[in-house]
Design a protein around this ligand. Structure first.
Ligand code: C2E
Ligand code: MG
Length: 576
């Protein structure tokens, strides 16, 4: 190459307005003034020997690590002959410097090098960012209600489109609750629009307190609000929320020295039940809302009449349960647990009974599942715990030895953050000793939640309270996992006892469970033992602890005291 040409190329390289770099083994071996200007670096020597990622933030805006992305880009350039992409360097003052990069691998003097040209696009990127922010601001202004700050109709329609298509894909159900305030016009007419606005704002601050985190609250305009409930567990969940909304609306509102009483009418439509278009869903909720108005306001209605009836029953049941708890209409029954070898009482299990209006004793099988679903199980179990702890203390004080008290515990309770705190306070308040207590959690509830409750179980055991796995055998859990769980006792489910000693499969399961408990060095107890044959088989096979009608049905505390006085070799005729 002539000296002229060499000079020409050198000048072109040096004077180019694009930043240029030559990389060898990924590191800079040459560069021009423009790249120094772009990066704010004074001397070329400061760049020599550096990888591009050495002068870049750790992460690129697309989330990739700079050190990994540069290798990936280099590979792409080698495969395709050249490669163009966005890159961010770190400028002199630590700011992001956006460049548009083109990498071209070339061979010179049998040496593979990469020619890199960078165009500074920081200004353009900054403008784009500003534009985006302004667009988002405009979006917020357009999609939010100026008075309450809640999302508005436009937002609602967009969101509804998204969630219905998601619900369709994942086969989930959702509900729309359309709420219109009753006689809101009267407030506006009598107290003025400013007072009306304050009422709307008050409602907009109350409602988020009753909806779930994943629900969307929208003000459609005027006195109309909408709640979009996603992932319905049960259709009637929408009714439970509607009831909560009506209750929170009914609380008095204090405005400008006035006490106002507000109510609302709610219409509910369901997806995919009230299928069809989005318009159809909204219309169904709207029609249902007018039905609620026609039924005397301050109530909710589903689009389908049948559902309204079922939902009302459910809401009614929850209300009845809560009222009964306040009125002390629950009882605790106790069922003895016996050592079959010597007939001695080893403890008892506490069961709740609903003494509805003090006229009829209702079994837990009628309401425990519902209480679990609605969360009522939490206050109910707390109540049972307190009652049973107090009873234990009383029995010990009376000189009896009631053994260990077993309490059924819902997973909902165990997963509460304050559970340990509450348990400790309850022990302290009642004077019950931890070593008198064993907590039962069913295998079905514990296994899927093991990671979440592991620490809690460990803490419970550290306090001196025992843990038993209830309904053992029906949960099909991996037996090998049992050795890692902090437990003290297995409770064999009644299904395996029922057909003893005739069913071969049940016999094998019982024997395996007994062996397992021996190997893990934990206790084992059989429940639902009803016949002499079952009792004999279990005793001979090595499961001496049992509970069941053969000894006694669950009974009131006063009857239990009779048990303390006698040995339990014979079946006792006790009330249920
Ligand atoms: P569980 O813990 O498996 O209790 C055993 C159930 O079997 C009890 O029914 C008991 O009365 C009954 N039983 C006992 N021995 C025999 C027998 O020999 N034969 C037959 N056929 N049944 C027997 P109950 O009292 O109706 O309780 C049902 C379930 O409700 C309990 O099952 C427990 O899971 C739940 N439960 C009861 N009380 C409470 C409570 O206070 N809190 C919680 N979370 N759950 C409770
Ligand atoms: Mg139990």
């Amino acid at each position: 190459m002539s000296i002229y040409k060499k000079l020409l190329f050198e000048t072109l390289f040096e004077e180019s307005t694009d930043g240029l770099m030559i990389l060898e083994n990924g590191k800079c071996i040459e560069c021009n003034q423009a790249i120094l200007n772009t990066l704010g670096v004074k001397d070329k020597n400061l760049l020599y020997g550096l990888l591009p990622s050495n002068i870049s933030p750790e992460l690129q805006p697309d989330g990739q690590k700079s050190s990994l992305k540069e290798k990936k880009m280099m590979r792409f350039a080698l495969i395709h002959g050249s490669h163009n992409f966005d890159w961010v360097y770190t400028g002199r003052n630590g700011e992001d410097v956006w460049v548009d990069v083109t990498m071209t691998p070339i061979t010179m003097d049998q040496q593979d090098i990469v020619y890199v040209s960078c165009r500074d696009v920081s200004r353009r990127k900054k403008e784009e960012k500003k534009l985006l922010e302004e667009k988002e601001k405009l979006y917020r202004l357009a999609h939010n209600d100026a008075l309450t700050g809640l999302p508005n109709r436009l937002f609602f329609i967009e969101r509804l489109k998204q969630v219905t298509s998601m619900a369709k894909r994942h086969r989930r159900e959702l509900a729309i609750l359309f709420m219109d305030l009753d006689r809101f016009k009267e407030i506006n007419d009598s107290l003025g629009h400013a007072a009306g606005d304050k009422v709307l704002c008050e409602i907009a601050t109350r409602l988020p307190g009753v909806i779930r985190k994943e629900d969307t609250l929208v003000r459609l305009g005027g006195d109309e609000f909408v709640i979009l409930m996603e992932n319905l567990f049960d259709k009637t969940d929408a009714a439970i929320l509607a009831k909560k909304i009506l209750d929170v609306l009914n609380e008095p509102i204090y405005i400008d020295g006035h006490i106002l009483y507000v109510s609302g009418s709610i219409g509910i439509s369901l997806y995919p039940e009230n299928n069809g278009s989005i318009d159809n869903l909204i219309n169904c909720a709207d029609t249902a809302m007018y039905k609620a108005k026609a039924k005397g306001r301050n109530n909710f209605q589903f689009h389908s009449n049948d559902l309204t009836e079922i939902a009302n029953e459910r809401v009614g049941l929850e209300e009845k349960l809560r009222q009964s708890l306040n009125n002390d209409e629950f009882l605790v029954y106790y069922q003895p647990q016996i050592n079959s070898e010597n007939g001695e009482l080893t403890g008892m299990e506490a069961f709740v009974r609903w003494n509805h209006k003090n006229t009829k004793i209702i079994s837990p099988s009628k309401f425990i599942a519902f209480a679990e679903e609605t969360g009522f199980i939490v206050p109910l179990d707390q109540w049972v715990m307190k009652k049973a702890f107090t009873q234990m203390v009383q029995w010990y004080k009376m000189g009896y030895n009631p053994g260990i008290l077993a309490l059924n515990l819902s997973m909902k309770q165990l997963r509460r953050e304050d559970f340990i705190f509450r348990l400790k306070s309850m022990l302290k308040e009642t004077g019950c000793k931890p070593e008198w207590v064993s907590l039962e959690v069913t295998e079905n509830q514990i296994m899927p939640n093991l990671e979440k409750v592991f620490d809690t179980l460990t803490q419970i055991r550290e306090m001196g309270i025992k843990i038993a796995i209830d309904d053992f055998g029906i949960g099909c859990s991996t037996l090998s996992r049992l050795k890692d769980i902090p437990i003290d006792k297995l409770k064999i489910d009644q299904t395996f006892i029922k057909n003893l000693p005739h069913n071969k499969n049940d016999i094998s399961i019982i024997k395996a469970a007994i062996l397992l408990s021996k190997n893990l060095n934990i206790d084992i107890i059989a429940k639902g033992v009803e016949t002499e044959e079952q009792k004999r088989f279990l005793t001979e096979t090595g499961c001496m602890h049992m509970q069941g009608y053969i000894y006694a049905k669950p009974m009131m505390a006063s009857k239990m005291e009779e048990m303390f006085k006698i040995k339990c070799h014979n079946t006792l005729d006790m009330e249920q």
